[in-house]
Design a protein around this ligand. Structure first.
Ligand code: SF4
Ligand code: SF4
Length: 294
């Protein structure tokens, strides 16, 4: 079994559409893991229905017990994140601002600051329109442990794959945009990363930052150029970028409204009745299989 990640450095480059197309192509021999936990859209792209869900606990949060608080203000003075403010009756913590350093717990002379388990979101196991499995998640707005939730999504997908019969050929990871902690959690240990380069100024710049990250992580990468044909200069820049980072270019997808229409119809490209779109998805699938040595 191989773990194949789709990443782009920026949002809107098309990695979710490519991940959905690959998931549809692998069918029951594939599992999709949507690790873009801040804005998980894989379920929409794959027409998924939720089969099970569970709470995701993000670790400790803090709250002030108003009846024990003497309103001395020591915690508010100590908090470096301005997360504690006085209310009419006592002091209170704004959980959206709290960085959970725990200083207020240590400093409170009255023992009024209490730790509690903090709900960080939910983890879902769903079935796609084609009955393959999608693992995805949803982070509570403002929650900052997205890397931990990404790990939970990956571990659940790996556990399902290990128990599957017939065997799973590939876990297809849809990584978040950017180059931060949740992206690193999505790409660590994968067998192959497919970098989707949007042929435009921000797409090329952000993909360059991603290649730099992948190089540091010593992860193998191949490249797909998406939305090509709008500007020859940026098409050439995207090609040059892949070449500069020794990432074999396996597909150049044109800016064509037929892809968009297929996506809106929920066909994941591979099942499109449009022969052009379905043909592009088949070629992409075949090239990714080959690059992953499947
Ligand atoms: S845990 Fe740290 S960041 Fe949160 S309220 Fe207390 S002092 Fe502020
Ligand atoms: S340090 Fe404790 S007693 Fe003082 S304001 Fe904060 S919570 Fe209340």
């Amino acid at each position: 079994m191989k773990t194949i990640a789709l990443a782009s450095g920026k949002g809107g480059a098309g990695k979710t559409s490519v991940a959905a197309a690959l998931g549809a192509a692998f069918g029951l021999q594939g599992i999709n893991a949507d690790c873009d936990v801040d804005a998980a859209n894989g379920a929409i792209a794959l027409g998924a229905r939720i089969m099970s869900s569970e709470d995701y606990w993000a670790g400790e949060g803090y709250a002030i017990n108003a009846s024990a608080c003497s309103s001395c203000g020591a915690c508010a003075l100590a908090c470096r994140f301005d997360a504690i403010a006085r209310t009419a009756s006592a002091y209170a913590i704004d959980e959206a601002l709290c960085e959970r350093c725990g200083a207020c717990v240590d400093l409170c002379p009255s023992g009024a600051v209490l730790a509690h388990d903090k709900l960080g979101g939910a983890l879902y196991v769903s079935k796609t329109r084609w009955d393959s499995t999608l693992v995805h998640a949803e982070l509570v707005p403002g929650e900052d442990t997205s890397g931990k939730l990404v790990r939970a999504v990956r571990q659940r997908a790996e556990a399902i794959a290990a128990a599957a019969n017939p065997p799973i050929e590939a876990i297809i990871i849809d990584a978040p945009p950017g180059i931060g902690c949740p992206v690193i959690a999505s790409l660590s240990g994968v067998d192959l990363t497919v970098v989707v380069i949007e042929a435009g100024s921000s797409g090329v710049r952000d993909a360059a930052r991603l290649f730099e990250l992948l190089s540091g992580m010593k992860r193998a990468a191949i490249a797909v150029i998406n939305k090509a044909g709008i500007d020859a200069y940026w098409d050439a820049q995207a090609r040059g970028l892949a070449e500069a980072w020794n990432a074999p270019l396996i597909a150049v997808l044109p800016w064509d409204k037929r892809f968009r229409l297929s996506t809106e119809r929920g066909e994941a490209w591979f099942h499109s009745p449009d022969v052009f779109v379905a043909g592009q998805a088949r070629s992409l699938y075949s090239a990714v299989r080959s690059a992953a040595a499947l």
